[in-house]
Design a protein. Structure first.
Lengths: 249, 332, 268
């Protein structure tokens, strides 16, 4: 369960119509690291994440997770250890009630009903949504949906957490709760986000993607405070570091 | 607008429910055998799509009034007949339960009318044959219009049959039939055009979706369709027999279970006894196709009407009273 | 009804179904079966029967009061869907002109009796069906039909449809509002535009289905969906069932209305 090293070796990926999206992605992520994946729209962040859990398979290069190479046959097994929180919680919550959504994963793992119940209650407790157990997902707020989606993935006890734009639809309070939650997670985290302030708070390491290639890979603090680097890659300084002059100035 | 419970008799409603349940079971089984996992979320979401699509109106050229699509043929093209039938059944179920569009007893008939003819007869026999031979835009348009029109006309005929066999309405059979068939012709043509338009559009952007379905066309399916068509005709025949002759079988057992109205304990003894006898003999002609024999219900006499009004008023006033008391208790 | 109104409508009935009252807590199988039997009894009345139907109102009224469902909401819906039944039923007085009841110089033909009978049957069956949904959550209804041995594939279809209904309605609503903002004088509502509109919605829907499928796969989905069984039959449920059906039987067999009317010495 420990020491799951994620290795991406010269991964290339194309869309069916031939467009190249990933053009040779190489990196190595160690157990417990929290990595922010940043880049402009269309740079390839989501595509890379989808390659990491086997939803898409690279055209060239390979990915290995904990020494197991990722391919069509192994991806089912690997998904037990790699949890993916999608951008849109509505796509992830498809069962009639919150409880059943969170239980979906553990049930698929083959656990018995008692263990499933324990996992579900724990996961909902962690995200602060235990009282919503019997609600149908369409009666949740965006923040609650995001939290439940995370719980649904957490209930499978993954070692590695992939997240795609987790805070995009959240109001400030929910966003803060999410940040606190993520800070408390011990898992390996790879978070793709435009919210550079969130990345700054949650991640120690940062990988910058530009037009399908990695243009920077290092400590989050170094990268996220490097104005020139960010602007070269279609980004800006995190809002909290910008010198926003007041209108009277 | 779908058939309402108030216009159905228990035997007709139950008969078509039996047929529909059989079809649902059969379609589910078939689906289990060949199921592509992807279909589970796909069917659900497409059902929601049809729902949303039905709520969007467009103006019918030349009339200025608005119309909306049914979706049966489109679903069949996208999903194949078995999955499409289940989706249609699910959409109609929710329409009935949440919108009161069609009744609970009538749901069986509505699913039959809107699902069977489009998925199991029009689609395989007409659309498939015409559209897959040509595969050009034009072939799809013609196939679409023809299959939708036939499916709708068969459905319309079904509705008339069910209404008439139930014997609740006085609409003359021939007039009703003519009206329904005529109305559904332009509706069918337009829906056919719209369906073809959507299919052609989707083909351009995501050809893989339509192709998936075409691959499953084979001749053994045609055999099944022919069997189903024959069964459909036989079922129709049996129902007419049931309706027009003595109330054997289904009707008789239902009469037995539900009892006959008219026994009363109070006053006017003789009148009530007489009307009771009239009622017993009048039950049979009620379901007769020809003639308009009177079914005089004993429970409806002038005093009955008065009593009825009083009972109704009592129920409502007591109900309102309880509600007011409840609300009063809830206030802090 | 405009699209907006319909959308909020379905949401409203759905939200009522999550209340917590005595009827809400009853086993959904019992509520479903009793309601179905109710409808069978109601439609089994011959076409000229009117008074005998009246006692049956006790069932929907009971559901309404006990379930704390607002009367106006149900009444509005019934009125909204009634035109169809009225339209068909209105032919009865035209064709059936034999006088069946006469008192104090007032003559009521069979046609009018059967017309009102249709209306009353309509109100009884529609209100019961709406109230059934209002006091039983939709997933609860689905669980009950699964336990009544309906095929699981169909039940899962119902649940998924229900889940994504609101999502899709919202998506369509957004598109419609965008359309409204850009179409004037009825242009933009023709069939060609409609086809394009719906096709775009369809493509989006298909893409959504793919995303959901991948979400399912990434949580270990292998083809089987395990459903939870929440309800267990209790004494209250059985009592409710027995008392209700017994009442229906009595109302159907014995002319309660007649009885009341005769006691009060009404016109023969």
């Amino acid at each position: 369960m420990s020491h799951h090293i994620i290795e991406s070796n010269n991964v290339c990926f194309n869309y069916p119509d031939g467009t190249e999206v990933l053009k040779g992605i190489t990196f190595r992520i160690l157990h417990g690291e929290s990595v922010g994946l940043i880049g402009a729209n269309g740079a390839g962040k989501t595509t890379l994440l989808m390659n990491l859990n086997g939803q898409l398979l690279p055209a060239k290069g390979f990915i290995s997770i904990g020494e197991i190479p990722l391919d069509k046959k192994t991806r089912q097994e690997i998904r037990k250890k790699v949890g993916f929180v999608f951008q849109n919680p509505d796509d992830q919550l498809f069962m009639p009630t919150v409880y059943e959504d969170v239980a979906f994963g553990p049930l698929n793992l083959g656990l018995n009903y008692e263990m499933v119940d324990e996992r579900v209650k724990n996961a909902l407790e962690v995200v602060g949504c235990l009282h919503l157990s019997n609600r149908p997902p369409h009666r949740l707020s965006e923040g609650q949906k995001a939290a439940v989606a995370i719980a649904a993935v957490m209930a499978m006890n993954p070692d590695i957490l992939l997240m795609d734009e987790p805070a995009s639809n959240l109001d400030p309070k929910s966003r803060r709760q999410l940040i606190n939650l993520l800070k408390g997670f011990e898992h390996t985290k790879i978070i793709a986000s435009h919210d550079l302030d969130l990345i700054l708070e949650v991640c120690e390491r940062c990988i910058v993607i530009n037009d399908g290639r990695i243009t920077a890979d290092g400590a989050a603090e170094d990268i996220l405070l490097n104005k020139t680097l960010l602007e070269e890659n279609g980004l800006e300084l995190p809002l909290s570091r910008q010198n926003i002059k007041s209108k009277e100035g | 607008m779908h058939m309402s419970d108030a216009l159905l008799s228990p035997s007709v409603g139950a008969a078509f429910w039996a047929g529909t349940l059989g079809a649902i079971t059969y379609a589910s089984k078939k689906l289990r055998q060949n199921l592509d996992d992807r279909f589970i979320p796909l069917m659900g979401v497409l059902g929601a799509f049809i729902f949303a699509a039905q709520m969007i109106n467009f103006t019918i050229p030349g009339t200025g009034s608005s119309g909306h699509i049914g979706g049966g043929m489109l679903l069949s093209v996208l999903l194949g007949p078995y999955a499409a039938f289940l989706v249609i059944a699910s959409v109609l179920t929710i329409q009935a339960l949440f919108f009161a569009d069609g009744g609970l007893l009538a749901l069986g008939s509505n699913i039959w009318n809107l699902g069977i003819y489009s998925c199991f007869i029009a689609y395989p026999l007409i659309y498939r044959t015409l559209a897959y031979s040509g595969k050009t835009r034009r072939a799809i348009i013609i196939a679409s219009i023809l299959s939708v029109v036939i499916a709708l006309e068969l459905g319309a005929f079904s509705v008339v049959l069910q209404t008439k066999l139930s014997g609740i309405t006085e609409l003359p059979f021939r007039t009703f039939l003519m009206l329904m068939l005529i109305i559904h012709l332009p509706i069918g043509i337009i829906e056919g055009i719209v369906t073809a338009g959507i299919v052609n559009y989707v083909k351009n952007i995501r050809p893989d979706i339509i192709e998936n379905n075409a691959a499953t066309a084979n001749s053994s399916f045609k055999k099944i369709v022919i069997v189903i068509s024959i069964l459909a005709v036989i079922t129709g025949g049996i129902l007419s027999l049931l309706a027009s002759s003595n109330p054997d079988g289904l009707e008789w057992s239902i009469e037995k279970i539900l009892g006959k109205a008219g026994l009363s304990g109070g006053g006017d003894f003789v009148t009530n006894r007489l009307s009771e006898i009239q009622k017993k003999t009048a039950v049979m002609p009620e379901y007769n196709f020809q003639g308009k024999e009177k079914a005089v219900a004993a429970g409806t006499s002038a005093s009955g009407l008065l009593g009825g009004i009083i009972v109704l008023a009592l129920i409502f006033f007591i109900g309102m009273g309880i509600r007011i008391i409840k609300r009063g208790r809830q206030k802090p | 009804m405009t699209f907006d109104a319909e959308y909020f409508n379905i949401g409203y009935l759905d939200s009522l179904s999550y209340k917590d009252t005595f009827v809400h807590r009853l086993d959904p199988r019992v509520k479903l079966l009793v309601s179905f039997i109710f409808i069978l009894y109601v439609v089994s009345f011959p076409k000229h029967e009117l008074a005998g139907l009246m006692p049956f109102f006790i069932y929907p009224v009971f559901l309404l009061i006990s379930g704390d469902i607002p009367f106006k909401a149900i009444a509005k819906k019934i009125i909204f869907v009634s035109p169809f039944a009225v339209l068909i039923g209105i032919f009865n007085p035209l064709f059936d002109k034999d006088v069946l009841i006469a008192f104090y110089g007032i003559q009521i033909t069979g046609g009018w009796l059967s017309f009102f009978s249709i209306l009353v049957k309509f109100i009884l069956t529609v209100s019961t069906m709406l109230l059934l949904v209002a006091v039983t959550s939709f997933p609860g209804l689905c669980e009950s039909i699964e336990r009544l041995r309906l095929p699981k594939a169909f039940v899962i279809q119902l649940l998924f449809l229900y889940r994504y209904l609101f999502v899709l309605l919202e998506e369509a609503l957004r598109m419609i509002r965008a359309r409204e903002a850009r179409s004037f004088n009825g242009r933009g509502r023709d069939i060609k535009t409609f086809v394009k509109f719906i096709s775009v919605l369809l493509i989006r829907t298909l893409e959504r289905a793919e995303r959901i499928y991948h979400a399912m796969l990434s949580r270990g989905f292998k083809g089987e969906i395990k459903m939870r069984r929440k309800y267990r039959l209790g004494i209250k449920d059985i009592f409710f069932a027995i008392i209700s059906v017994a009442l229906f039987y009595v109302f159907r067999q014995y002319g309660v209305a007649n009885f009341v009317g005769n006691i009060l010495g009404g016109p023969g």
